[in-house]
Ligand binder design. Structure first.
Ligand code: BGC
Ligand code: ZN
Length: 367
């Protein structure tokens, strides 16, 4: 069967290759779920893998099948699988457990191992293939009613983890209820974070560079969030108008904005960093001012990566609630389909070059 792969560490080595079709019996104890892949999204992490900043091949292979945002339909299940049947729509989690205590208790998104295992990213092959097989434990059901949002399950799990972290951390305050939320960045993570926070009843400001109107402003309008272009309004002016935010979700991919967020957040506030930045940027920051405000204001910064099974389920609940509350808005994130494995070069080109694309994905087959 066909797969899209790279040679990790080698720039622009994306290629199409034939690999063996997996079997439901590849997974131990009759727990295998064989999935026919329907859609797979690509994101900044794939771009970094393609540009050789990131990514590792599984032991014994010199290639890595990429793709970690999957959606498919169950084709066959092992004899001990109880949660899934042929025909169910599913997605799968990305990271597999290692050896740390955090992995052992089922929170492998929190691993403290130096070497970790993520399908399509490091040490495990990904989902940009015609079929994949997965353990029932890492397979997650997608309700038929949100099947049209297919490859957004994984990005939403990343947002759900970030919100979960915020909730966990802010429980320290007993009565904290965020009113004003800033989302830095209007990519897929920023927009999905805006949805989540709107569903929580926050006044949401999505802060990005490009002035509207564009697809991002349209989506923000649909969610009842306010889009603020920093080309038109400075964040300082926004704060003068609406006050300091209780929460900042940072998803720009710019370390400058990540550190700027520390200057914006209000008292008792929480900043969640979700961006991964790969260049070695040096910055000058008002360190004393930040230090003073952060101590006197009891503020918290939390870094958040990946999502475990619980976060996938939490994200899927909110995507479902999102469809019920703002029907037809979230699918606008799915801007850029590419049809068929043969078009893999087009997939890469759009991912790298099309700055207006919110979500580039391979459209393999209809459900
Ligand atoms: C993925 C996460 C992963 C992270 C770091 C992100 O693009 O969505 O699942 O943990 O990259 O590799
Ligand atoms: Zn990702």
């Amino acid at each position: 069967m066909q797969a899209i792969a790279v040679h990790p560490g080698k720039k622009n080595s994306v290629h199409l290759r034939e690999i063996e079709k997996p079997n439901v019996s590849d997974i131990a104890d009759g727990k295998g779920v064989l999935v026919r892949t329907l859609k797979v999204g690509v994101d900044a992490t794939d771009k970094e893998i393609i540009e050789a900043y990131y990514g590792d091949a599984p032991e014994g292979d010199d290639f890595l099948v990429i793709g970690h945002e999957c959606f498919g339909v169950v084709e066959e299940v092992g004899e001990n699988v109880t949660a899934f049947q042929k025909g169910d729509f599913v997605t799968a989690t990305v990271r597999r457990p290692g050896t740390s205590i955090f992995d052992v208790i089922g929170t492998n998104d929190m691993t403290s191992d130096d070497k970790y295992y993520e399908r399509g990213i490091c040490n495990l092959h990904g989902f940009l293939t015609e079929y994949f097989v997965e353990d029932e434990a890492y397979t997650v059901r997608v309700p038929n009613g949100i099947a049209h949002l297919h490859c957004l399950m994984e990005p939403m799990s990343v947002v759900a983890k970030a919100i979960w972290q915020m909730d966990e951390v802010q429980r320290r305050l007993r009565v904290w209820k965020p009113k004003v939320a800033f989302v830095m960045g209007a990519g897929q993570i920023g927009l999905l974070a805006a949805l989540f926070l709107r569903l929580r009843g926050c006044e949401v400001y999505v802060i990005a560079r490009t002035p509207g109107p564009n697809i991002k402003t349209e989506i923000c309008d649909g969610y009842g969030a306010k889009y603020v272009s920093t080309n038109e309004t400075s964040v300082e002016d926004l704060i003068a108008e609406v006050g300091r935010p209780d929460v900042v979700i940072e998803a720009t991919g710019s370390s400058m904005m990540a550190f700027k967020s520390l200057e914006y957040v209000g008292k008792n506030g929480c900043v969640v960093w979700t961006s991964l930045t790969v260049v070695d940027e040096m910055l000058e920051i008002p360190a004393d001012k930040i230090n003073q405000e952060w101590v006197l204001g009891n503020k918290v910064l939390v870094g958040s990566v990946n999502g475990n099974r619980g976060h996938f389920e939490f994200g899927i609940e909110y995507l479902s609630l999102g469809e019920a509350t703002y029907p037809g808005v979230t699918e606008k994130i799915l801007t850029t389909p590419v049809k068929g494995f043969e078009k893999y070069e087009e997939l890469v080109r759009l991912l790298v070059e099309d700055k207006s694309a919110l979500k580039v994905y391979l459209d393999i087959a209809d459900g």
